[in-house]
Every structure is written in structure tokens, then in C-alpha cells.
Design a binder for this molecule. Structure first.
Ligand code: AMP
Length: 598
């Protein structure tokens, strides 16, 4: 293992890294830094977040940069504002002993005038999101004619988010002679196309196996039905009192619902998604970073910019629509040498997707049973005993109370005393999980009864596709243009060559059909036709079926037997009554829940 100096970096950079506590380079740094310093060849790097990729591309640029020249020499594109800010800040930290190096970060949702002013002062390095970067190029505030390095960070995410045109534009605004450095966790066809069209014989490096998950992450799945999904989630949290996790959801609504339910049930949780204002998102992320909240429920996009290294778990409440995104999600745990667990909750239909993921991550999923009430109680109890063992006694503060306490408890021997103290917590736990159903059993009975999952989403066929230059962003725009409803929730989108599929929530099924039929929109001169489809069992493309008569779908689980002790499907307000009577102290740190002031 080399040192940073041996990789060819100068002393001011090495000193800054020492200040940051970087002792030795990571694998990707060891490969990328000397490669970029010694060669002008383009570079294709397979690297996930958490591998140290930011330093891998920034440090050689800082090494080679002409500090005396204030032209933009490096442009770094990243998919989200949060990630761009993080990269900008990292570079400022790395260059703290290179006084003439200036970095400007540009992104949407913030004053463009301030960013223009900062660019005018001269910055050798610009970090930006694709949209704002193009905006600044168009306004001639950002001049890329002297660029030597173009970095595409998380290229797969940028393309997923529909930034293909912006990338093309930036690539065209930079000189032929530049060196392009492309970093991506996955290499789907679209990323390969960028590499093929815009890079010349790129050198390939990898931080591990291509597209593979981190070796520090174990992958587990729990079989659930829609009825047991939420109770299973709670039991996983209860089994792990020190959980520090992101729960990934596919839509904003699902995210908010799961977070609301967890909060109501006394968990230390919050939601992060695009419906929140930037200030709200910053506040939630700040609390999660500080561990004021233990569980963050988030959409893929909103969680992008969050940089935390100690996650114990990543939980896929539902699998991502784009299966490659599983690598991004699971790569958020098992970072910086820590071990992590990536959990997937799957119903019968979703299970097939696990095989596809196993091929991508080159690891097998471990089937794990939803813990029983008894297991949770046992685990919580042992956790409590461990805590008692580790608790330090504050003698100076407690001494004055001890004589009275000893006097009160003088008739109890050691065993009786332990039993009473432990029972104090144990009775609460026991009451909560008394009569708790076996969720694995419930799930298998639901499946054997052939109940389908209530997916809440209707799937539509649309007769335009990639060949018509359709991308997810344009399709969302087209759907929104039909004025179907303010609250319409758009789910999975599959763009194929000549046609595509999209999902909207069930409540808007009829309105969507009606709106497209009435408006008869066209897309790039082609008249648009939208039809309802029936999902096939694999959850893939879908078969079209005849137009359904207007009216509500009966997707749910129907009425429940009152003796059923699982809680999914009940009205939210009913859930409060599930807490054990003596658990009034739950929110302040009863078992399985974390004190909020932590
Ligand atoms: P990245 O993959 O660039 O998002 O980096 C992941 C995390 O690892 C960040 O918190 C970095 O500060 C940290 N990191 C990157 N390189 C090193 C290193 N060589 N030694 C220790 N920590 C590092």
C-alpha cells in the first residue's frame, strides 16, 4: 500500500489530507491518482459512493492545475445539488494549503447572480449540476474553452435523471484536447454510449469488481405481503435498537406514509423527498447526520447527496424501479471499512427481481425470517443488560440519594433486585409483543390464498419511445401537461425503443385515460396514444388490455378479522391504540425506540 506522496502528490496536498485524517489511499485512489497524473488518456472508473472516488479525481487535478492561471481548467458534473456541494467542499478541504486555487460550485435553486459573480472572480475548478451548468454556458458566464479535465461523476445517475441533453451540451462546449474522467457505479447501455461517443480509448479502472456490491455488505431478504410489509419493517427496527438506517421508497407518497407511520409509532424517524423545500431537506439531513434521528425514509434521488459512513442498515421498503439502483442503495452501507446489511422486503411477485440483482452484485441474498415477538424481546433484554453493564456510575451526583435508596430496598436480595429492575422494562416489551402473530406464517398464508399485492399503481402503455427522443423527464412533462390533477403521483417509467410504459396512482387511472383521449396531444409531431396495460407476473413490460370501465379498482385486502394482530391496513389513527397501555414512555426511549434527545 502506497502513501499519498508515493502516488505523486505534493506536500501541500498531503498535509491537507493528513489534517482530514486520511492515512492511506483507498483502492480507487491508488489506481486513479497516478494514472491521471502521468497520462492524458481518458478514464472510465467503476466506483460507488463511499469508495473515496471524490479524492480519486480531485487530487490529481489539484496536483496538475496551473495555480497562476485563473481560467476554468476543470469542470466536474454531478447529478444533484447536495453531491455538487459536497464535492466542492471536499476540494476546498483538499486545497487548503494551495492558496491560489479557487473552486466555484453551481447548482439550481440558488442565486445565479451570486454564482456568476463568483465565476467572474476566476475559478480554476467548477463543480456543477448539469442544468445550471448549461444555463451558465448559455449566458456566457461559464467559459469552458480552456478546460483540461471534464469529470462526469455518478454518470449513471445523471442519465437516469434525464440529463442526457445537458451532458451532450457540456461535452460539446469543452475542447477536444481535454481529458474526460467518467465515474459510475453501474454501466448500463446509456453510460457506455457516452463513453463510446465522447471518449477516446479510455483506460478502465475499478474499485472492486465491475458493478459488484461492496464485500462489506451482506444482502438479506424478508418475504412479506402488503399486509405484513409495515409490521415486518417495525420488527426489523425493534430487533436492532441501535439501528442507523435509510429506508428507501419508490415514490414521494410512499416515503411520507412510511415515515408518518414510524413517527406515530414512536420511532426516531423522518422523511426526505422532493416535495420538501430545500431548507426542510437540509434540516432533515442535518438531523440524520448528527444521529438525532435514527431512521431516514427517503426516495433515491433525495438521498443522493447524503454522505454518512456508519449506516448499519439500508432497507428497501420496495425495490427500485431501475434495478441497477439497488447497487447505489446498498452501497450506502458497508462504507469506510464498516460492515453493513442491505435488506429487501419482497412480496411473491417481486421475488424474481432478486435473481437479477444477484447477478449484478455477484452475491447471494440470504433469506431471513421476520423476527418473532419472543426473539425481539430476548434481543432487547440482552441489549438492556449490556447497557447496564457498560453504564458508568456518576458517584458524586448519585451519592446523596443512595442512603435512602438502600434503605428502601434493604429487604430485597441480589436476585430479587435484578429481577425487579429487569422486569421494569421487560413487562413493557412483553405486553407489546404478547400474542404477536408470526408474520412469516401470515405472509405465506396470504400468498397461498393467491392474494395479489395492492400496488396502488396503474400501468399505461404509450406509443412513443427512445426513437422519438423520449426520456423520463420529457414523459413526466407530457403527463403533467395533460392537467390530470395536482396530486398525481407518477411511478415507474420504462422507456423502450418505439414505445414506453409509465405508472400513475390508481386514483388517477380513469382521469389519465380521459385526459389523453380528450387532449389528443402530440409529441414531436407524432400523435400520442395511451392505453391501460396489465402488469405481467414478472413485473416487466406489461400486456395491454381493453379499456376498463370507469370506476374504482378493488385492489386492497378487504376486511380484516379483528383477532388479527398485525397492523398493516388499519387506519393510521387506529395504530396509536396498539401501543401497550403502560408504554406511555415509549417516545422518551422505551424499548426499540430511541430517545429523541440523543
Ligand atoms: P466518496 O466515495 O468520495 O464519497 O468518499 C467516501 C468517504 O470516505 C468520505 O467521507 C471521504 O471523506 C472518506 N475518504 C475518502 N478517501 C479517504 C481516505 N483515503 N482515507 C479515509 N477516508 C477517506
Amino acid at each position: 500500500m502506497s502513501t499519498f506522496l508515493e502516488l505523486g502528490l505534493k506536500e501541500p496536498i498531503n498535509k491537507a489530507l493528513t489534517d482530514l485524517g486520511y492515512e492511506k489511499p483507498t483502492v480507487i485512489q491508488e489506481k486513479a491518482i497516478p494514472q491521471i497524473i502521468t497520462s492524458t488518456d481518458d478514464l472510465k472508473a467503476f466506483a460507488q459512493t463511499g469508495t473515496g472516488k471524490t479524492a480519486a479525481f480531485s487530487l490529481p487535478i489539484l496536483e496538475l492545475l496551473d495555480e497562476g492561471n485563473s481560467n476554468v481548467q476543470a469542470i466536474i458534473l454531478s447529478p444533484t445539488r447536495e453531491l455538487a456541494v459536497q464535492i466542492g467542499n471536499n476540494i476546498k478541504d483538499f486545497s487548503k494549503y494551495q492558496k491560489n486555487v479557487k473552486v466555484t460550485t453551481v447548482y439550481g435553486g440558488s442565486s445565479i447572480e451570486d454564482q456568476i459573480r463568483s465565476l467572474k472572480k476566476g475559478s480554476q475548478i467548477v463543480v456543477g449540476t448539469p442544468g445550471r451548468t448549461v444555463d451558465l454556458i448559455n449566458r456566457r458566464a461559464l467559459k469552458l474553452g480552456n478546460v483540461q479535465w471534464l469529470v462526469l461523476d455518478e454518470a449513471d445517475e445523471m442519465l437516469n435523471m434525464g440529463f442526457k441533453e445537458e451532458l451532450d451540451k457540456v461535452l460539446e462546449a469543452t475542447p477536444e484536447t481535454k481529458q474526460t474522467l467518467l465515474f459510475s457505479a453501474t454501466f448500463p447501455r446509456e453510460v457506455e454510449a457516452i463513453a463510446k461517443n465522447y471518449m477516446t480509448k479510455p483506460v478502465e479502472i475499478t474499485s472492486g469488481e465491475k458493478n459488484s456490491g461492496s464485500v462489506n455488505v451482506s444482502h438479506e431478504y424478508y418475504a412479506v405481503t402488503e399486509r405484513t410489509r409495515y409490521p415486518a419493517l417495525k420488527r426489523i427496527a425493534d430487533l436492532n435498537p441501535d439501528i442507523y438506517a435509510i429506508i428507501f421508497c419508490r415514490t414521494r407518497r410512499e416515503t411520507q406514509e412510511v415515515a408518518d407511520n414510524l413517527i406515530k409509532d414512536g420511532y426516531s424517524a423522518d422523511a426526505l423527498h422532493g416535495d420538501l423545500s430545500q431548507a426542510q431537506r437540509d434540516s432533515v439531513m442535518g438531523k440524520f447526520r448528527k444521529k438525532t434521528i435514527q431512521i431516514l425514509v427517503a426516495t433515491d434521488v433525495a438521498a443522493r447527496g447524503l454522505d454518512v459512513n456508519e449506516l448499519t442498515h439500508v432497507i428497501n421498503h420496495k425495490l427500485p424501479d431501475q434495478i441497477e439502483n439497488y447497487t447505489h442503495r446498498s452501497g450506502r452501507t458497508g462504507r469506510a471499512g464498516n460492515k453493513g446489511i442491505s435488506i429487501v422486503l419482497v412480496n411473491g411477485k417481486e421475488k424474481g427481481k432478486l435473481r437479477v440483482i444477484e447477478r449484478i452484485i455477484k452475491q447471494k441474498f440470504i433469506e431471513t425470517k421476520v423476527p418473532s415477538g419472543k426473539e425481539i424481546v430476548e434481543n432487547q433484554l440482552m441489549n438492556l443488560i449490556d447497557k447496564v453493564q457498560k453504564t458508568e456510575v456518576n458517584e458524586s451526583e448519585i451519592n446523596e440519594f443512595l442512603p435512602t435508596i438502600y434503605e428502601k430496598l434493604k429487604d430485597l436480595d441480589r436476585e430479587a433486585l435484578i429481577q425487579k429492575f429487569v422486569s421494569l422494562e421487560f413487562n413493557t416489551m412483553l405486553a407489546y409483543y404478547e400474542n404477536a402473530k408470526d408474520l412469516n406464517d401470515l405472509a405465506s398464508r396470504d400468498n397461498s390464498r393467491g392474494r395479489s399485492s395492492s400496488e396502488n399503481m396503474s400501468r399505461f402503455f404509450i406509443n412513443i419511445g427512445r426513437k422519438d427522443k423520449l426520456n423520463p423527464a420529457k414523459l413526466i412533462g407530457l403527463i403533467n401537461d395533460q392537467n390530470i390533477g395536482d396530486k398525481i403521483e407518477i411511478g415507474a417509467i420504462d422507456i423502450l425503443d418505439t414505445f414506453s410504459f409509465f405508472e400513475v396512482d390508481n386514483n388517477f387511472e380513469d382521469k389519465t385515460l380521459e385526459a389523453f383521449a380528450t387532449n389528443q396531444p402530440d409529441f414531436d409531431g407524432r400523435s400520442v396514444n395511451v392505453e391501460i396495460t396489465k402488469k405481467d407476473r414478472s413485473g416487466g413490460g406489461g400486456k395491454r388490455r381493453g379499456k376498463k370501465p370507469f370506476g374504482k379498482k378493488d385492489g386492497g385486502f378487504g376486511r380484516r378479522r379483528s383477532s388479527d394482530n398485525s397492523d398493516s391496513g388499519r387506519k393510521r389513527s387506529d395504530r396509536r391504540s396498539e401501543r401497550p397501555k403502560n408504554s406511555g414512555d415509549r417516545k422518551s426511549g422505551g424499548f426499540g425506540r430511541r430517545r429523541r434527545e440523543r
